[in-house]
Design a protein around this ligand. Structure first.
Ligand SMILES: NC(=O)C1=CN([C@@H]2O[C@H](COP(=O)(O)OP(=O)(O)OC[C@H]3O[C@@H](n4cnc5c(N)ncnc54)[C@H](O)[C@@H]3O)[C@@H](O)[C@H]2O)C=CC1
Ligand SMILES: C[C@H](O)[C@@H]1OC(=O)[C@H](O)[C@@H]1O
Length: 253
């Protein structure tokens, strides 16, 4: 099994992409700690699904935008599961809004959750990995939006470019410690984050029509790439970005 004996920490692991990644990491042999800010029942279901696979799991409810949440999450995972081998920075929000009247609080909250939150969490996980002295793997869930824009995402796309850039710089800063840092760039994946946006049938059809593989993504489409980057199969991969978008990005005409 690709992650046998490893401990994986995932932010935003109670639903969507984080949930799928958490369960597939457990399927690959890992114990898993999830952080989340949503519904307690959903987080408990993820823990139960992992436990049913014969692995250990904990869920910690906290806000990644709070700098103190990061060391607290890592400490809770170490206390319960013994260490940190893989860290997946996934928690994120995308409150769609027009540019010209973007409220300051929506802009700031999006930046704080998506970018500052990733920074604090990755830093706390890396500190623990360095202390352990056995390397590690860090994966950030960036986006195709790191590369292309969105009319109602002017506050969001810069955070995803930032997360991608964070992984590139961390790959340099942490390479000497044997810690690999990569990002995955999902295309449009059907989750709660875009449920309202994709409820517009015209927009949904337009998004799907751009995808050479012929369908919008589902959270499980990201699980394999995340497990791969977490595993020793990717032992010489660092500073890389893996598009997981069904081909949407390259489909200009
Ligand atoms: N769904 C999509 O089309 C795409 C999503 N992404 C990224 O994937 C990541 C996961 O998104 P989805 O699974 O789609 O969304 P989702 O809404 O289904 O899940 C988000 C998860 O993040 C957690 N979360 C939200 N704010 C948090 C906070 N302040 N502190 C801690 N946890 C928090 C939620 O509790 C939940 O577990 C996000 O970073 C998003 O930007 C990237 C590209 C495409
Ligand atoms: C939430 C959006 O549907 C989704 O988020 C991203 O990062 C993708 O680019 C999509 O726009």
């Amino acid at each position: 099994m690709l992650l046998q004996g490893k401990t994986v920490l995932i932010t935003g692991g109670s639903q969507g992409i984080g949930r799928a990644a958490a369960i597939d990491c457990a399927r690959a042999g890992a114990d898993v700690a999830i952080n989340y800010l949503g519904d307690e029942g959903e987080a408990a279901e993820v823990v139960a699904a992992i436990t049913a696979l014969g692995r250990r799991a904990i869920a910690v409810r906290s806000d990644v935008a709070d700098p103190e949440a990061a060391p607290a999450f890592v400490q809770a995972a170490v206390a319960a599961l013994g260490g940190v081998d893989v860290f997946v920075s996934n928690a994120g929000i995308c409150p769609f809004h027009a540019f010209l009247d973007m409220p300051v609080d929506v802009l700031e909250r999006t930046m704080r959750v998506n970018l500052h939150g990733a920074y604090f969490m990755v830093q706390a996980a890396a500190q623990r990995m360095v202390e352990q002295g056995r390397g590690g793997a860090i994966i950030a869930v960036s986006s195709i939006s790191a590369l292309v824009g969105g009319e109602y995402q002017t506050h969001y796309t810069p955070t995803k470019a930032g997360v991608h850039s964070l992984m590139q710089s961390c790959a340099i800063a942490l390479g000497r410690h044997g810690i690999r840092c990569n990002s995955v760039l999902p295309g449009t994946i059907q989750t709660a984050i875009n449920q309202d946006d994709l409820a517009d049938p015209e927009k949904r059809a337009r998004m799907a029509a751009r995808i050479p593989l012929g369908r919008l993504g589902v959270p499980e489409d990201l699980a394999g790439p995340i497990v791969f980057l977490a595993s020793d199969m990717a032992r010489y991969v660092t500073g890389a970005a893996l598009l997981v978008d069904g081909g949407a990005f390259v489909n200009l005409q």
